[in-house]
Ligand binder design. Structure first.
Ligand code: MN
Length: 217
């Protein structure tokens, strides 16, 4: 097949203990999947979660500093378990990611009934760790998420507190979109989201399993 121009770059994530890399296709995200975070955002905690997406160029991984994005005075961190989709709507693996959000742009969009697109999508807005293949893991409920800023813990949550678990999210999403191998699903953030400044050092982790660190430059 010939293209009239060179195809844009593809985006990949390292896979733990492998020379293979995970090809990032679409990035889907769940909003309000932990009761305490839904509450801190002023939402009714009984409403089901909903979906939005990020472009695949938003992905960056370990060893990459992230430029403080323009047009915001309230860049927020949201630590999330990220599901890596494999073949035939299966879970290939998982990692830890941060759904970086320009909260002031989001607040204005909500107020005006406009899409969240620019609040959620900018270069570097989807930092994700290496992907851990599922192996023997079948259930995420024992996993814990943490995020620290300059050595201080800001978010700490248990995957068992998700309103919808990763399998339910994947099935729900697969009923709505053609889920493909290489897709990533950000599964929502626990409470404690907060502001980031230039120079902040962030460490996000699935405790004892995988870590992702980066600096806002
Ligand atoms: Mn989020």
């Amino acid at each position: 097949m010939r293209f009239p121009f060179q195809k844009p770059d593809s985006f990949t994530l390292p896979i733990q203990r492998s020379d293979d890399v995970f090809p990032v296709n679409h990035i889907y995200c769940v909003g309000r999947n932990y009761t305490a975070h839904a509450r801190e955002m002023g939402a009714d905690n009984r409403k089901p979660p909903f979906f939005f997406s990020k472009p695949n160029w938003a992905v960056v991984t370990r060893g990459t500093n992230i430029d403080f994005p323009p047009d915001t005075e309230n860049l927020n961190h949201e630590v999330e378990l990220v599901i890596a989709v494999g073949e035939n709507i299966s879970i290939f693996g998982f990692g830890v990611g941060v759904d970086l959000t320009r909260r002031d742009i989001q607040a204005k969009a909500k107020e005006e009934g406009k899409p969240w697109f620019l609040a959620k999508c900018f270069p570097g807005s989807a930092p994700v760790s290496e992907i851990i293949p599922m192996g023997d893991l079948t259930d995420f409920s024992d996993l814990k998420l943490t995020l620290s800023v300059n050595g201080k813990i800001k978010q700490s949550g248990k995957c068992k507190d998700m309103i919808w678990n990763p399998n339910e999210i994947m099935c729900e999403l697969a009923g709505e979109v053609p889920l493909q191998p290489g897709d990533l699903i950000f599964t929502g953030t626990p409470e404690g989201v907060g502001k980031l400044e230039k120079g902040d050092a962030i460490v996000a982790a699935v405790t004892g399993v995988v870590e992702l660190s980066f600096i806002i430059s």
